[in-house]
Design a protein around this ligand. Structure first.
Ligand code: SF4
Length: 306
Protein backbone atom coordinates (compact mmCIF):
# COMPACT_ATOMS: atom_id res chain seq x y z
CA UNK A 1 0.00 0.00 0.00
CA UNK A 2 1.38 3.44 -0.93
CA UNK A 3 1.26 5.61 2.17
CA UNK A 4 2.67 8.62 0.36
CA UNK A 5 6.02 8.38 2.10
CA UNK A 6 9.02 8.25 -0.22
CA UNK A 7 12.24 6.40 0.42
CA UNK A 8 15.02 8.32 -1.32
CA UNK A 9 17.74 6.06 0.13
CA UNK A 10 17.68 2.75 1.90
CA UNK A 11 17.46 4.44 5.28
CA UNK A 12 16.27 7.94 4.44
CA UNK A 13 12.53 8.51 4.60
CA UNK A 14 10.64 11.72 4.00
CA UNK A 15 7.02 12.74 4.25
CA UNK A 16 5.57 14.46 1.14
CA UNK A 17 6.14 17.99 2.52
CA UNK A 18 5.19 20.88 0.24
CA UNK A 19 5.38 18.59 -2.81
CA UNK A 20 1.81 17.47 -2.17
CA UNK A 21 0.86 18.10 1.48
CA UNK A 22 -1.05 21.32 2.04
CA UNK A 23 0.15 21.55 5.62
CA UNK A 24 3.77 21.30 4.49
CA UNK A 25 6.08 24.20 5.24
CA UNK A 26 9.28 22.90 3.66
CA UNK A 27 10.08 20.61 0.73
CA UNK A 28 11.14 17.60 2.80
CA UNK A 29 10.83 15.21 -0.11
CA UNK A 30 13.26 17.19 -2.26
CA UNK A 31 15.95 17.71 0.37
CA UNK A 32 15.73 14.05 1.43
CA UNK A 33 17.08 13.01 -1.96
CA UNK A 34 20.31 14.81 -1.10
CA UNK A 35 20.82 12.98 2.20
CA UNK A 36 22.26 9.66 3.24
CA UNK A 37 23.12 8.01 6.52
CA UNK A 38 26.85 7.60 5.81
CA UNK A 39 28.81 4.37 5.94
CA UNK A 40 26.92 3.24 9.06
CA UNK A 41 23.62 3.66 7.19
CA UNK A 42 22.08 5.74 9.96
CA UNK A 43 18.32 6.26 9.85
CA UNK A 44 17.34 9.72 8.61
CA UNK A 45 13.75 11.01 8.72
CA UNK A 46 12.66 14.33 7.20
CA UNK A 47 9.35 16.11 7.79
CA UNK A 48 7.85 19.12 6.07
CA UNK A 49 6.35 20.43 9.31
CA UNK A 50 6.18 19.75 13.02
CA UNK A 51 3.40 17.17 12.60
CA UNK A 52 6.26 14.75 12.20
CA UNK A 53 4.55 12.18 9.98
CA UNK A 54 7.93 10.63 9.04
CA UNK A 55 8.65 10.05 12.76
CA UNK A 56 11.92 11.86 13.30
CA UNK A 57 11.75 11.01 17.01
CA UNK A 58 12.64 7.39 16.36
CA UNK A 59 15.44 8.11 13.87
CA UNK A 60 19.17 8.54 14.41
CA UNK A 61 18.96 11.88 12.62
CA UNK A 62 15.59 13.59 12.17
CA UNK A 63 14.40 16.94 10.87
CA UNK A 64 11.14 18.84 10.79
CA UNK A 65 10.53 21.92 8.71
CA UNK A 66 9.54 25.36 9.91
CA UNK A 67 9.94 29.01 8.97
CA UNK A 68 12.35 31.04 11.07
CA UNK A 69 12.99 34.76 10.87
CA UNK A 70 16.46 36.25 10.62
CA UNK A 71 16.84 39.98 10.11
CA UNK A 72 13.06 40.11 9.64
CA UNK A 73 13.12 37.64 6.73
CA UNK A 74 11.63 34.18 6.76
CA UNK A 75 14.13 31.38 6.14
CA UNK A 76 13.07 27.76 5.47
CA UNK A 77 14.62 25.90 8.39
CA UNK A 78 14.81 22.41 9.82
CA UNK A 79 14.86 21.63 13.53
CA UNK A 80 17.16 18.70 14.25
CA UNK A 81 16.16 15.69 16.32
CA UNK A 82 18.98 13.38 17.34
CA UNK A 83 19.50 9.94 18.77
CA UNK A 84 16.05 8.39 18.51
CA UNK A 85 15.66 4.66 18.42
CA UNK A 86 13.00 2.63 16.66
CA UNK A 87 13.63 -0.37 18.91
CA UNK A 88 11.29 -1.46 21.68
CA UNK A 89 12.23 0.40 24.86
CA UNK A 90 14.60 2.66 22.88
CA UNK A 91 15.02 6.37 23.51
CA UNK A 92 13.13 9.10 21.74
CA UNK A 93 15.24 11.73 20.00
CA UNK A 94 16.38 14.88 21.77
CA UNK A 95 16.28 18.36 20.24
CA UNK A 96 19.26 19.74 18.33
CA UNK A 97 20.01 23.06 16.66
CA UNK A 98 17.93 24.60 13.84
CA UNK A 99 19.60 24.62 10.45
CA UNK A 100 18.58 26.62 7.35
CA UNK A 101 17.13 24.20 4.77
CA UNK A 102 19.88 24.93 2.24
CA UNK A 103 22.49 23.66 4.72
CA UNK A 104 20.73 20.46 5.79
CA UNK A 105 22.80 18.20 3.47
CA UNK A 106 26.05 19.68 4.84
CA UNK A 107 24.81 19.32 8.43
CA UNK A 108 23.83 15.69 7.87
CA UNK A 109 27.19 14.85 6.29
CA UNK A 110 29.08 16.52 9.11
CA UNK A 111 27.15 14.57 11.73
CA UNK A 112 27.57 11.20 9.99
CA UNK A 113 31.30 11.84 9.35
CA UNK A 114 31.90 12.87 12.96
CA UNK A 115 30.08 9.80 14.24
CA UNK A 116 32.23 7.60 12.03
CA UNK A 117 35.41 9.21 13.36
CA UNK A 118 34.47 9.25 17.02
CA UNK A 119 32.31 6.22 17.75
CA UNK A 120 33.76 3.47 19.89
CA UNK A 121 33.65 -0.03 18.53
CA UNK A 122 30.08 -1.22 18.18
CA UNK A 123 28.69 2.02 19.61
CA UNK A 124 25.25 2.98 18.34
CA UNK A 125 24.40 6.50 17.22
CA UNK A 126 21.80 6.91 20.00
CA UNK A 127 24.48 6.03 22.59
CA UNK A 128 27.17 8.21 21.02
CA UNK A 129 24.87 11.22 20.61
CA UNK A 130 23.99 11.08 24.31
CA UNK A 131 27.61 10.56 25.29
CA UNK A 132 28.70 13.72 23.45
CA UNK A 133 25.50 15.59 24.44
CA UNK A 134 23.37 18.38 22.90
CA UNK A 135 26.02 21.10 23.40
CA UNK A 136 28.42 19.12 21.22
CA UNK A 137 26.00 19.38 18.28
CA UNK A 138 25.47 23.11 18.87
CA UNK A 139 29.22 23.57 18.55
CA UNK A 140 29.64 21.10 15.67
CA UNK A 141 27.06 22.89 13.53
CA UNK A 142 27.61 26.42 14.80
CA UNK A 143 28.73 27.86 11.45
CA UNK A 144 25.85 26.16 9.61
CA UNK A 145 23.28 27.49 12.05
CA UNK A 146 24.53 31.06 12.04
CA UNK A 147 22.80 33.36 9.53
CA UNK A 148 24.51 36.55 8.46
CA UNK A 149 22.61 39.32 6.71
CA UNK A 150 24.50 39.05 3.43
CA UNK A 151 23.58 35.34 3.23
CA UNK A 152 19.82 36.00 3.23
CA UNK A 153 19.27 35.84 -0.57
CA UNK A 154 20.84 32.38 -0.67
CA UNK A 155 19.05 31.06 2.42
CA UNK A 156 15.56 32.37 1.65
CA UNK A 157 15.02 29.62 -0.93
CA UNK A 158 13.89 26.11 -0.24
CA UNK A 159 15.13 23.07 -2.16
CA UNK A 160 13.48 22.71 -5.54
CA UNK A 161 11.94 26.18 -5.46
CA UNK A 162 13.60 29.32 -6.79
CA UNK A 163 10.97 31.67 -5.31
CA UNK A 164 11.52 33.51 -2.02
CA UNK A 165 10.25 31.28 0.81
CA UNK A 166 6.77 31.80 2.27
CA UNK A 167 4.75 29.71 4.69
CA UNK A 168 1.82 28.63 2.54
CA UNK A 169 0.03 25.88 4.42
CA UNK A 170 -3.66 26.40 3.65
CA UNK A 171 -5.49 23.18 3.33
CA UNK A 172 -5.92 19.61 4.40
CA UNK A 173 -2.71 17.71 4.99
CA UNK A 174 -1.60 14.16 4.39
CA UNK A 175 -0.80 11.44 6.92
CA UNK A 176 -1.30 12.53 10.54
CA UNK A 177 -1.60 16.15 9.42
CA UNK A 178 -4.96 15.36 7.86
CA UNK A 179 -6.46 15.36 11.34
CA UNK A 180 -5.61 19.04 11.83
CA UNK A 181 -8.30 21.44 10.68
CA UNK A 182 -6.68 24.05 8.39
CA UNK A 183 -8.50 26.85 10.24
CA UNK A 184 -6.99 25.64 13.52
CA UNK A 185 -3.57 25.58 11.88
CA UNK A 186 -3.99 29.16 10.63
CA UNK A 187 -5.15 30.33 14.05
CA UNK A 188 -1.96 28.86 15.53
CA UNK A 189 0.10 30.61 12.85
CA UNK A 190 -1.66 33.89 13.71
CA UNK A 191 -0.78 33.52 17.39
CA UNK A 192 2.83 32.80 16.42
CA UNK A 193 3.09 35.87 14.17
CA UNK A 194 1.47 38.06 16.81
CA UNK A 195 4.05 36.93 19.36
CA UNK A 196 6.78 37.69 16.84
CA UNK A 197 5.30 41.14 16.32
CA UNK A 198 5.41 41.82 20.06
CA UNK A 199 8.98 40.52 20.33
CA UNK A 200 10.15 42.78 17.49
CA UNK A 201 8.33 45.79 18.93
CA UNK A 202 9.89 45.19 22.35
CA UNK A 203 13.27 45.54 20.63
CA UNK A 204 12.00 48.63 18.77
CA UNK A 205 12.28 46.78 15.46
CA UNK A 206 9.10 48.26 14.02
CA UNK A 207 9.84 47.38 10.41
CA UNK A 208 9.98 43.70 11.32
CA UNK A 209 6.93 44.09 13.60
CA UNK A 210 5.07 45.51 10.59
CA UNK A 211 5.99 42.46 8.51
CA UNK A 212 4.60 40.17 11.20
CA UNK A 213 1.45 42.25 11.42
CA UNK A 214 1.08 42.09 7.65
CA UNK A 215 1.35 38.31 7.90
CA UNK A 216 -1.33 38.33 10.60
CA UNK A 217 -3.76 40.13 8.27
CA UNK A 218 -3.04 37.71 5.46
CA UNK A 219 -3.46 34.68 7.76
CA UNK A 220 -6.69 36.02 9.25
CA UNK A 221 -8.05 36.63 5.74
CA UNK A 222 -7.23 33.06 4.76
CA UNK A 223 -8.75 31.68 7.98
CA UNK A 224 -11.98 33.61 7.38
CA UNK A 225 -12.14 32.47 3.76
CA UNK A 226 -11.52 28.81 4.57
CA UNK A 227 -13.92 28.87 7.55
CA UNK A 228 -16.62 30.39 5.32
CA UNK A 229 -16.10 27.63 2.77
CA UNK A 230 -15.27 30.11 0.03
CA UNK A 231 -11.56 29.59 -0.43
CA UNK A 232 -9.92 27.13 -2.73
CA UNK A 233 -6.99 29.45 -3.43
CA UNK A 234 -5.33 32.31 -1.57
CA UNK A 235 -6.08 35.70 -3.19
CA UNK A 236 -3.31 38.20 -3.85
CA UNK A 237 -2.64 40.53 -0.92
CA UNK A 238 -4.37 43.53 -2.54
CA UNK A 239 -7.48 41.44 -3.22
CA UNK A 240 -7.85 39.90 0.22
CA UNK A 241 -10.18 42.55 1.67
CA UNK A 242 -12.53 42.26 -1.33
CA UNK A 243 -12.44 38.45 -1.13
CA UNK A 244 -13.29 38.48 2.60
CA UNK A 245 -16.12 40.97 2.01
CA UNK A 246 -17.57 38.75 -0.73
CA UNK A 247 -17.18 35.59 1.37
CA UNK A 248 -19.05 36.89 4.43
CA UNK A 249 -22.43 38.14 3.15
CA UNK A 250 -24.04 37.29 6.51
CA UNK A 251 -21.29 38.83 8.61
CA UNK A 252 -20.50 42.17 7.02
CA UNK A 253 -19.54 43.62 10.42
CA UNK A 254 -16.53 41.28 10.54
CA UNK A 255 -15.64 42.02 6.90
CA UNK A 256 -15.90 45.78 7.49
CA UNK A 257 -13.80 45.53 10.64
CA UNK A 258 -11.18 43.63 8.64
CA UNK A 259 -11.07 46.37 5.99
CA UNK A 260 -10.94 49.10 8.65
CA UNK A 261 -8.14 47.52 10.67
CA UNK A 262 -6.13 46.70 7.56
CA UNK A 263 -6.39 50.29 6.33
CA UNK A 264 -5.23 51.56 9.75
CA UNK A 265 -2.31 49.15 9.61
CA UNK A 266 -1.27 50.19 6.08
CA UNK A 267 -1.36 53.88 7.13
CA UNK A 268 0.79 53.14 10.18
CA UNK A 269 3.24 50.97 8.20
CA UNK A 270 3.95 53.92 5.88
CA UNK A 271 5.85 55.79 8.63
CA UNK A 272 6.05 53.28 11.53
CA UNK A 273 5.13 55.93 14.11
CA UNK A 274 6.11 54.50 17.52
CA UNK A 275 3.56 56.67 19.33
CA UNK A 276 0.68 55.26 17.30
CA UNK A 277 1.83 51.64 17.69
CA UNK A 278 0.28 50.85 21.16
CA UNK A 279 -3.22 52.01 20.15
CA UNK A 280 -2.94 50.29 16.77
CA UNK A 281 -2.04 46.94 18.33
CA UNK A 282 -4.64 47.26 21.07
CA UNK A 283 -7.38 47.80 18.50
CA UNK A 284 -5.96 45.16 16.17
CA UNK A 285 -5.87 42.57 18.97
CA UNK A 286 -9.46 43.34 19.96
CA UNK A 287 -10.43 42.82 16.32
CA UNK A 288 -8.41 39.60 16.19
CA UNK A 289 -10.53 38.16 19.01
CA UNK A 290 -13.65 38.97 17.05
CA UNK A 291 -12.25 37.48 13.82
CA UNK A 292 -11.26 34.35 15.70
CA UNK A 293 -14.80 34.01 17.08
CA UNK A 294 -16.23 34.40 13.56
CA UNK A 295 -13.92 31.66 12.32
CA UNK A 296 -14.98 29.37 15.14
CA UNK A 297 -18.69 30.04 14.56
CA UNK A 298 -18.43 29.34 10.81
CA UNK A 299 -16.22 26.31 11.45
CA UNK A 300 -18.79 24.85 13.93
CA UNK A 301 -21.64 25.47 11.52
CA UNK A 302 -19.77 23.80 8.64
CA UNK A 303 -18.82 20.81 10.79
CA UNK A 304 -22.47 20.40 11.80
CA UNK A 305 -23.52 20.17 8.16
CA UNK A 306 -20.92 17.47 7.35
S1 SF4 B 1 1.46 17.17 7.85
FE1 SF4 B 1 2.76 15.35 7.82
S2 SF4 B 1 2.95 14.87 5.64
FE2 SF4 B 1 2.30 16.99 5.77
S3 SF4 B 1 4.20 18.18 5.75
FE3 SF4 B 1 3.62 17.90 7.89
S4 SF4 B 1 4.78 16.10 8.51
FE4 SF4 B 1 4.75 16.11 6.27
Amino acid sequence: MDLGLVEPGSNVVACPGTTTCQLGITSSRVVARLLNGGSNDLTVRVNGCQNNCAHSDIADIGFYGKGRRHFGQLIPTYALRLGGSGMAGGDLAFGGPEVPAVRVPAATKRITDTFEEQREEGEKFSTWSRRVGPDFFDKLLEDLVQVREFELPMLQRDHGNSAVFKVQSTGVGECAGASIDPVDKLLLDIAYERNLRDAFAAKRKFKEAAESMDNVFSLVGRALLIASGAAETTPAEDQMVAAVTAALPDDQATAEAYAERYTAFVEWAADLDELVYPKLTEETDAWLKRARMSCRTMQASRNKKK
